[in-house]
Design a protein around this ligand. Structure first.
Ligand code: IMP
Ligand code: MG
Length: 175
């Protein structure tokens, strides 16, 4: 590793919060089946930990969206690189995302999913950066609100790297 990231949210804090979110989802859906849509690639680690804390009949599918290039700034448009393979008509859908920043990705996705006639669509996001938020989307299950810093780890990347870190860290310019 080229630099030592600063720990923003520790492994222990993540585990506690993810457990609480899983419990909330479990009690909100009361034995109904839910379809989890994991947004690749950033949400893969959060999603796998969250699913272990949800005590409901679940199905899992994946979508990949891109709004960021290889840098730290949003490109301003959202592209669907991979779509789910099954219908969501009349299903309870929980979109699992790593971070809501400007909100463009989630807003675009929410509109697209709602047009497909689900019973309900909820959003679970590990992180939220309020300072950059332009497109208002309701985050039903939020892990942590964070400052306007570029974060890595626990699935989140910088130019494809550092997803494997077990904590959420901050990239400090200059080290
Ligand atoms: P939005 O469309 O501006 O809300 O951007 C959301 C997407 O940008 C997320 O799904 C992430 O892939 C990426 N992103 C935003 N902020 C960060 C960050 O601090 N670290 C890593 N990825 C980020
Ligand atoms: Mg993402």
């Amino acid at each position: 590793m080229e630099f030592q990231p600063e720990v923003l949210i520790s492994e222990e804090e993540l585990a506690l919060r993810v457990k609480a979110l899983g419990n909330a989802i479990t009690s909100d859906f009361e034995n109904e089946e839910v379809l989890i849509i994991c947004i690749l690639k950033g949400a893969f680690m959060f999603c796998s930990d969250l699913m272990k804390e949800i005590n409901l009949p679940t199905r899992l599918d994946f979508m990949q969206l891109s709004s960021y290039g290889d840098g730290m700034k949003s490109s301003g448009s959202v592209k669907i690189d991979l779509d789910i393979s099954e219908s969501i008509k009349d299903k309870n859908v929980i979109v699992v995302e790593d971070i809501v920043d400007s909100g463009l990705t989630m807003k675009t996705l929410l509109e697209l999913l709602q047009a497909r006639g689900p019973k309900a669509v909820k959003i679970a996001s590990l992180l939220f950066k309020p300072s950059k938020n332009i497109h208002k989307v309701p985050i039903d299950y939020l892990g942590f609100e964070i400052e306007d810093k570029f974060v890595i780890g626990y699935g989140l990347d910088y130019a494809g790297r550092y997803r494997e870190l077990p904590y959420v860290g901050v990239v400090n310019a200059g080290n």
